[in-house]
Design a protein around this ligand. Structure first.
Ligand SMILES: [Mg+2]
Length: 231
């Protein structure tokens, strides 16, 4: 595949194991903030309920219905309230702690470093992420991913989130890349794959969970290792 020169990677859930790192951070917070004695009896249930509210709020955030500041605290406020603990101050503290602790977690998906080592020899690598600016750079630094990437484009800096084609246009310009010589690699059928399609960029859909959906990517893989067969 000689035509590509630039690879744009998604970060969360494509390279950086978001769920595992979030779980590790939440466990640490549960212990340190003594949430058991605060009235939340079960750590696993705390994490499960948090995820439900977080997913719901992230959906609203993606659709620009709520702000990042609201999301940060509200996801913990609702979780605590679910257990009968109405404590806005504690929710605020948990919200801040989460954004401090979680990006220092380092778990990557299997073969992340290997595939980047392989790809960097042939292509220029970049990141396009919808995550918060202040945490994404910390994640890249702590997990050892930083050195692989030339440009890191965050939706916050651009003002548009994937799948909005304007974030892809911005990324192309920043990387000095053309559509034809670029390819997007990501796990999100909507944000990464449809987004890149709308922007006229080829895509590799990293479908770890073998999800069935209507998306028709240029390429599809079920592990990072398989990317070597394509690129
Ligand atoms: Mg992702």
């Amino acid at each position: 595949m000689g035509k590509y020169k630039h690879i744009f990677f998604d970060l969360d859930r494509t390279l950086w194991d978001f769920e595992q790192n979030a779980t590790d951070a939440l466990i640490e917070m549960y212990v340190e903030e003594k949430l058991k004695s605060a009235g939340i009896p079960d750590q696993d249930k705390f994490i499960r309920i948090y995820r439900l509210f977080n997913r719901e709020l992230w959906q609203q955030f993606k659709e620009n219905e709520i702000t990042k500041d609201y999301l940060k605290t509200e996801r913990f406020y609702r979780t605590l309230k679910h257990f009968g603990v109405e404590d806005y101050e504690l929710a605020g503290r948990l919200g801040r702690q989460y954004l401090t602790i979680s990006p220092t977690k380092k778990k990557l998906f299997p073969y992340s470093i290997e595939i980047l080592e392989y790809l960097r020899k042939k292509y220029q690598l970049h990141i396009i992420t919808n995550g918060f600016k202040e945490v994404q750079f910390v994640k890249l630094e702590h997990s050892g991913l930083s050195p692989f990437f030339n440009e890191v484009i965050t939706s916050e800096a651009v003002g548009y989130k994937k799948p909005d084609s304007r974030i892809f246009d911005f990324a192309l310009e920043k990387a000095n890349a053309s559509k034809n010589e670029s390819i997007m690699i990501g796990d999100d059928a909507e944000a990464d794959i449809k987004g890149a399609q709308n922007a006229g960029i080829d895509q590799v859909y990293v479908n770890f969970h073998h999800s069935v959906n209507g998306v028709k990517p240029t390429f599809e893989v079920n592990s990072l290792e398989e990317i070597e067969k394509i690129l």
